[in-house]
Design a binder for this molecule. Structure first.
Ligand SMILES: Nc1nc2c(c(=O)[nH]1)N[C@H]1C(S)=C(S)[C@@H](COP(=O)(O)O)O[C@H]1N2
Ligand SMILES: [Mo]
Length: 255
């Protein structure tokens, strides 16, 4: 069966099942095709599964909208960082983040740890996109950085990997994305904003920008990427920390 007709079949099936016999059947279909988000069955259950599965089938390759330079917000809003940054962070900040490392481990062929200088030497992509907080505000900015896919190529992901877990220097702030988002060209290990250094309030020196998902998936002060085939071993096993599922927000926050 061709890819398109298989896709159409799955989505028709999901929609019909949700309409006719309720979301439970849709969830069963999604399970058969490996489209279950890690927080399904907890707060959102079948409804979340349907959203995630439908988006994955329909928009796997779609791009988040990119804007033109005149759309860039004059006064971008930096959300308050809670808890405040540690003394370790400020020590590195005083040293121009020369000691900052991004460690990549888990299901990779060649675990690695990159300095900021190394990250800056990698191929870079620049894009003007919108970031939207679930609490209602949004702004548009230009972000540059290394496509996450490039870093994954460097370390070599193992065949059965399913998620990238990304962690911040703030231990409670971590999240994860599936490989469709991890390999997506707009998912950036972000190092710069509006043409300059990425300011600390906006997540500098290193932030993960996932422009196809809501603000809380865009974790600031990234220090570690872990490739895995299951999320149960991280935190409460729901795929994210205080910014996401542990506070009742959906793991998949596609926009
Ligand atoms: N490490 C860390 N990452 C974080 C947060 C945070 O407090 N700490 N806040 C999140 C939330 S809830 C949102 S909406 C966005 C806000 O991004 P902004 O400050 O660029 O507006 O960052 C996300 N990433
Ligand atoms: Mo947010």
């Amino acid at each position: 069966m061709s890819k398109i007709s298989r896709r159409r079949l799955i989505i028709t099936g999901l929609t019909a099942a949700a309409g006719a016999s309720g979301l439970g059947v849709a969830a069963k279909l999604a399970e058969r095709y490996g489209l279950i988000p890690p927080d399904a069955g907890v707060l959102y259950g079948a409804g979340e599964t349907l959203t995630y599965a439908a988006q994955r089938i329909l928009t796997r390759h779609s791009l988040a909208r990119e804007f033109s330079p005149r759309d860039i917000s004059k006064a971008p809003f930096a959300n308050e960082v809670i808890p405040s940054l540690s003394e370790e962070f400020h020590r590195m900040q005083r040293g121009g983040f020369a000691d900052w490392r991004l460690t990549v481990d888990g299901m990779v062929g060649r675990p690695a740890s990159f300095s900021l200088r190394e990250l800056k030497s990698f191929p870079s992509r620049t894009q003007i996109t919108l970031i939207a907080c679930e609490e209602g505000w949004s702004y548009i900015a230009e972000w540059s950085g290394v496509p996450l896919s490039h870093i994954l190529d460097l370390v070599g992901t193992l065949p059965h990997v399913r998620y990238v877990v990304y962690r911040s220097i703030q231990p409670d702030w971590w999240d994860s994305i599936d490989m469709a988002d991890a390999l997506h060209p707009q998912t950036l290990v972000t190092l710069s904003m509006n043409g300059g250094e990425l300011p600390v309030p906006f997540g500098g020196p290193v932030r993960l920008r996932v422009p196809r998902q809501l603000g809380y998936k865009n974790i600031k002060y990234i220090t570690r990427l872990t490739l895995t085939d299951n999320l149960r071993q991280f935190g409460k096993g729901l795929g994210s920390g205080v910014g996401g599922t542990e506070s009742g927000y959906a793991w998949y926050a596609g926009i």
